[in-house]
Design a protein around this ligand. Structure first.
Ligand code: NAG
Ligand code: NAG
Ligand code: NAG
Ligand code: NAG
Ligand code: NAG
Ligand code: NAG
Ligand code: NAG
Length: 921
């Protein structure tokens, strides 16, 4: 086959090809900046990210701890004073998935020194603080290192190296004895701590979780458990009992025996610490265990000691949600060197290779300016952030080599299979899931199964799973994740898709779970508010569904503001969810739908009793009708706002909350994490109608401009994420190109403050990663991306071919973009000069020209098996993307504006060499 193949860079790899797994280059790992998003003046203006070490989707992420972790505080908070002269209080294996979520099942390791062979152990968080030695702290994705001064130890220090696999933290401590030889090293394992629990609104309460420790001096091992699960207070009533049994376990092994040098158990902190020297077990609150070590003995001849007396202790500490025995098993099962090597470099190599398998898939050509290099760092760090969630909570079954099992807090039982936690689905359904589908397709089936397991064990799909459901945010957007996965070829048995990944039984469960979301209101739907972080309620799911239900069930189409919180956001989100369940009903074999859609009247809910008119219906039609009709019940066509920034006529038509009796509520009522401005654009499945309601393309575009220029946009929060791409759907693609670049510049940079809002389990970064590639999934279940403005001259990504793809599939046997060396589909995005040229002049995808007047859309089908996207960029506004006719009216305005924007364009005489050649295969 003769075809233009763009990927000379990947051809270099051909010579390295071998039968075994391809070894991805680690060279780009050093471009990741693990500090991005770890600072911020307040929790909601911080990324909430931490510079942790762990592999992709790692179960526990290990981090140097400089503050206690709880809802609104991560274990590491970057500040200038920390960097200049900060203290580290220990090293923590955290499972806190986002800054607004609670910690659970953590473990920690703290080195220290004590006076003599039985001196004090520093147990409390503050007293454990050790100043960093200037210039020694190094952050990497596979290895973190620092040198710490140990206070009150005669000038002793400890050099710390930290690496981690998914369930094992690995430490190397090199203790250096100071001038006073009396001081001897110890390693302390905090096991339970005072836990700060956040009750809405703004009340923090300290609780004291219980735990156990078990020391085995003859096998150099310390294991422990603690019952802390900070978000337990949010557990739905029906699983609370089961979830109350939740326990996290750890098991640590040391490469230096401590049976002769001492060990023990501590209870309490500070002066009131009770220390039981040589105790082998303990239980209780504020509990810890320690092992003591001794420097090699003095030069007894002249009784002087060289400055360099050192000793090295390696510690590996595994975590488990199942048992101490399982944690001990994880020590050896996790690192791929089943002898459990104590060489930290082995763990580092395994973890870096795991990151290379994601990051090394990218090859990016830029103009090499420092600005572009920073953008590349933001981009690669974005991929790194996006590939941390959701995270694994399954563990290897000890009697098997590969099979996994997991502990479920939904039913307090052990199940076979794999499971994930950290699903912030209200955020991640937007673009993070689409990015996972492209970059981690091998995990999509198990991530989907994990959600189905949650449904089977707890009764509902997850909304915000943090070990248990937490009812945080609104809508049942897991429906969207399921529909998008099935739409994009995972498992509906489509002939051009992957090998079938879901059985008929699983597809049935997918349907039952999504249909339940769409049809069954929560417990006491007419009396419980289900407000944000409301405690002691059951699963929130679609609170207000009863009144939302529309004509089929005597509902009215909107969630009543006087019954439920966040009523407008709910109405709009439920309409989108109906749209996705309608889509799902056409993607799943019809026998499954027919046999598993109970008549609404048979659902055991008071609301549906005696509603005979809904007994017979076509589910696709019902949900499509609801999704198209209901959002407009909260559209107040008469509401208006002055066009302060854009001038001229008022902006007309806004969403507004409605009471049960149909009257309008206040204009600020009924929103979650947004206001009437941003929610008036929350119609991703019906943009055409929205444009119409706002008076056609030109006035719609004007309303978007007012939104951006009038100070209404808050890009730190997710409802705004798709808004710059709406211009392109109204014939004004050049505005999309400008806004996307402006947003990228204002909200992302290569510093600890480099995320303007919470990362939210990868969504903030997924926006950047897609935008930098030049397209974004505005409606995730539409199967199309809206074109924006790519940031780099050339970007090639080797998309993974998932292991379940049959070898005989045409995407492998006759696809010019399949690369046998890397076993990948090569997707190449060429945009010469994009660094300095924000506007798109023309676009070709796999040879298909997207003409000036066509809608600027790329379909998932066009790129899922690789492809060639060729942008022609321009430094001035172009007419490309004017498909819906707003263009004529806007040309002059855009032209004028493009010269007054704040972009710092580079000298155009500077030539951009794109080293990606066209070669013939
Ligand atoms: C980090 O610490 C600083 C200084 O105490 C504080 O002002 C800031 O709010 C903290 N940031 C976060 C995200 O917690
Ligand atoms: C940050 O969050 C707090 C608490 O939720 C809220 O009161 C405050 O207004 C938020 N600040 C910003 C800038 O969003
Ligand atoms: C660093 O902080 C410690 C207290 O943690 C203080 O004693 C010391 O003077 C500080 N050093 C510098 C250079 O500021
Ligand atoms: C703490 O755990 C230990 C061991 O399981 C148990 O004996 C003790 O009763 C527990 N204490 C509390 C307060 O629950
Ligand atoms: C401690 O362990 C070492 C190595 O296993 C052994 O040689 C030694 O006898 C043990 N000491 C005691 C006091 O049991
Ligand atoms: C080293 O020598 C000093 C002085 O004799 C003594 O106090 C100390 O205990 C010795 N340390 C060790 C580890 O033997
Ligand atoms: C439901 O309606 C759609 C659209 O009209 C149609 O294609 C589909 O076959 C219908 N489904 C059933 C089960 O009748």
């Amino acid at each position: 086959m003769k075809i233009l193949h763009p990927i000379s860079i990947t051809l270099l790899y051909l010579s390295l090809s071998s039968a075994s797994a391809y070894q991805w280059s680690t060279s780009l790992l050093s471009r990741i900046n693990p500090l991005i998003g770890s600072a911020g003046p307040e929790p909601n203006l911080s990324g909430g990210m931490i510079p942790s070490v762990a592999p992709p989707f790692g179960s526990t992420r290990w981090v140097a701890q400089n503050q206690n972790s709880y809802v609104s505080a991560t274990p590491f908070n970057y500040t200038e004073s920390y960097m200049n002269n900060g203290t580290i209080h220990g090293f923590m294996g955290t499972r806190q998935p986002a800054i607004w979520m609670g910690e659970s099942a953590w473990a920690a390791v703290v080195p220290g020194m004590s006076s003599g062979s039985d001196g004090d152990i520093k147990t409390g968080f503050e007293e454990r603080g050790m100043p960093k030695i200037a210039g020694t702290e190094k952050f990497g994705v596979g290895l973190y290192s620092v040198e710490l001064a140990i206070p009150e130890s005669g000038g002793s220090t400890v050099q710390v190296s930290m690496s981690a696999s998914s369930r094992v933290g690995h430490f190397q401590f090199i203790f250096k004895q100071g001038s006073d030889s009396e001081y001897q090293p110890y390693i302390f394992l905090p096991t339970t701590r005072p836990a700060t629990i956040f009750h809405n609104p703004s009340t923090f309460v300290t609780t004291y979780p219980n735990g156990t420790v078990q020391i085995s001096p003859m096998t150099n091992e310390i294991c422990g458990s603690n019952t802390e699960m900070q978000d337990f207070i949010l557990a739905p009533n029906s699983i609370k009992d089961a979830a109350s049994h939740f326990t996290g376990w750890y098991c640590a092994t040391f490469d230096v025996p401590f049976n002769d040098t001492g060990f023990g158990v501590t209870v309490g902190t500070g002066d009131s610490t009770m220390r039981s020297e040589l105790a082998e077990s303990g239980s209780g609150e504020e509990l810890g265990a320690y092992a003591r070590f001794q420097f090699p003995s003095n030069d007894t001849q002249d009784n002087t000691r060289s400055e360099s007396t050192t000793m090295t202790v390696n510690v590996r500490i595994a975590t488990s949600l199942i048992s101490a025995d399982q944690a001990r098993h994880n020590l050896y099962a996790d690192t791929q060197d089943d002898v459990g090597s104590f060489a930290i470099q082995d763990t580092q190599t395994v973890t870096e290779n795991a990151w290379a398998e994601k990051i090394g898939r990218f090859q990016v050509e830029t103009d090499n300016s420092s600005e572009s290099e920073d953008k590349l760092a933001v981009f690669l760090t974005g991929v790194y952030h996006a590939m941390q969630y959701p995270y694994e909570v399954h563990e290897t079954i000890p009697s098997s080599t590969n099979a996994s099992h997991y502990y479920s807090a939904y039913d307090n039982a052990l199940h076979e299979g794999e499971s994930y936690s950290g699903y912030s689905i209200w955020d991640t359904y937007r673009a993070e899931w689409a990015l996972l589908i492209l970059l981690a397709p091998e995990r999509i089936p198990t991530m989907v199964r994990s959600m189905l397991q949650d449904f089977e064990e707890g009764g509902w799909l997850p909304m915000w799973k943090n070990m248990i459901e937490t009812n945080i945010m609104v809508g049942t957007h897991a429906d969207s994740l399921l529909a998008e996965a099935v739409l994009k070829g995972f498992g509906a048995g489509s002939t051009d898709g992957f090998e079938e990944t879901f059985t008929t039984e699983e597809l049935t469960t997918i349907w039952k779970a999504a249909w339940k979301d769409a049809s069954v209101p929560p417990v006491d739907d007419s009396s419980v508010v289900y407000s944000d972080r409301e405690e002691n309620v059951d699963y929130e799911v679609r609170a207000g569904l009863s009144t939302f239900f529309e004509q089929y069930a005597g509902g009215q189409g909107w969630v009543a503001n006087d019954i439920h919180s966040e009523s407008v956001s709910r109405t709009l989100d439920y309409a989108y969810d109906d749209h996705v369940v309608a889509a799902l009903s056409t993607l799943i074999p019809s026998e499954i739908i027919q046999n598993n859609t109970p008549n609404l009247s048979s659902i055991t809910s008071d609301f549906y009793q005696n509603k005979s008119e809904i007994a017979d219906f076509n589910v696709t039609t019902l949900l499509t009708d609801r999704s198209m009709a209901n959002p407009w019940t909260v559209w107040n066509a008469d509401a208006s706002a002055p066009a302060v920034a854009t001038g001229g006529d008022d902006i007309k038509g806004f969403v507004q909350a409605r009471q049960q009796n149909g009257s309008w509520a206040g204009t600020t009522d009924g929103f979650t994490e947004g206001d009437r401005w941003v929610y008036s654009f929350a119609f991703v499945h019906d943009v055409a109608e929205l444009v119409k309601q706002r008076g056609g393309n030109e006035s719609f575009v004007k309303s978007l401009n007012e939104f951006f220029d009038g100070g209404w946009v808050d890009f730190t929060n997710e409802p705004a994420h798709h808004t710059p791409y709406l211009y392109a759907l109204a014939g004004a693609a050049a505005y999309t190109q400008e806004r996307v670049r402006e947003i990228a510049q204002k909200n992302y940079n290569n510093t600890p403050n480099g995320l303007s809002g919470n990362e939210d389990c990868g969504q903030m970064s997924a926006w950047y990663v897609f935008s930098a590639m030049g397209f974004y999934p505005v409606n995730p279940v539409s199967g199309v991306y809206v074109v924006g403005s790519p940031f780099f001259s050339a970007l090639n990504v080797s998309l993974p071919v998932p292991p379940f793809m049959p070898e005989s599939h045409p995407s492998i046997t006759s696809n010019p973009y399949y690369n046998p060396a890397t076993k990948s589909y090569e997707l190449c995005i060429l945009a010469p000069g994009a660094e300095n040229k924000p506007y798109v002049k023309s676009l070709k995808i796999n040879g298909r020209v997207i003409g000036d007047m066509e809608e600027p859309l790329i379909s998932h089908e066009e790129i899922r098996f690789g492809g060639l996207i060729e942008f022609e960029m321009s430094d001035r506004v172009e007419s490309w993307g004017g498909g819906k006719g707003a263009w004529a009216e806007l040309t002059s305005k855009l032209d004028a504006q493009s010269h007054s924007t704040s972009y710092s364009f580079h000298d155009q005489s500077q030539t951009n060499t794109v080293s990606v050649d066209h070669v013939e295969l």
